[in-house]
Write a protein that binds this ligand. Sequence first.
Ligand SMILES: Nc1ncnc2c1ncn2[C@@H]1O[C@H](COP(=O)(O)OP(=O)(O)OP(=O)(O)O)[C@@H](O)[C@H]1O
Ligand SMILES: [Mg+2]
Length: 291
Amino acid sequence: MKKLFITGVPVRGDDFTGRSKELSQTKYYLENGQSVVLVAPRRFGKTSLVLKVLEELQESGCYIADVDLFTIVNKKRLAETIVENTLKNKKVLSVATRIKKGVSQAFKNPQLRQTIEDYEFVLKFAEANVDPEELLETALDFPQTFAEKEKKDLFFFYDEFGEITKFNGEHLIKMMRGKFQRHPQVCYIFAGSHESLMKDLFTKEKSAFYKFARVIYLEEIAFDEFSNYIQRRFKQEGISISHESIKEILGKTRGHPYYTQLLCSSIHYIVRNSIRVNACSLKSAILIFAH
Ligand SMILES: Nc1ncnc2c1ncn2[C@@H]1O[C@H](COP(=O)(O)OP(=O)(O)OP(=O)(O)O)[C@@H](O)[C@H]1O
Ligand SMILES: [Mg+2]
């Protein structure tokens, strides 16, 4: 469903606005083999920015993969997701799931068969009593194994990385660091919303990930960039909005990406049958927004 103002999910394509500095900075580091970590409060646009960078890297021929740790319930699932999402670069969808349904069945599919033969490790997912720790240990190395075999650079994104602490973090974090630093063909991107936790993980001297990745702090979206976007969006619906009104909106939200989209969406709801945003409609929307 096409929405005028997107709220709550990562923005893609022309719904993404601004951030030119952060985009080129992130891409520059990654293209030069430097892992990065994005730190910002909730709903600041971390996931959107990384997905955009990944999209561009993929268009230039690189391999990409991502895992959202927020959605991962246990170590076995983490191992499976790392492998599945890495293998998606070969367009073999849900290898692990298909193998679990039946190894012999999976072998009947020629493309899947080739993948299984190339990466025998995926067969472990079919074993009933496999040790999840062991599985995860090998899975963490899988992006490098894969990139090396495919002769490609791979960019791997761990979203909501702070969630790693829910798996008895310390040992796993140390293991990850130990492994990742030996992955010459994989560059890592981390993002997380628990600002203090993320800072601790990546900037504290005694932390395993100390100085492993360049820290990028996301700020609000610049006034001019957001202003043009808001104007364009309303214009798309035949509604005109003055520079003063936009200034008032951005003054209220201070350029916070999510709240700006939310306020604009409330204004649109109020004025959708008019041709311009007037002082009265703006005031009502801001009142609703303030509550
Ligand atoms: N570059 C952008 N252009 C326009 N809107 C944006 C942009 N980035 C983020 N937003 C707005 O912020 C919302 C949240 O974006 P996103 O999910 O990327 O943020 P996040 O920091 O990853 O959030 P979370 O803390 O929930 O993980 C989007 O739904 C959208 O309303
Ligand atoms: Mg996010």
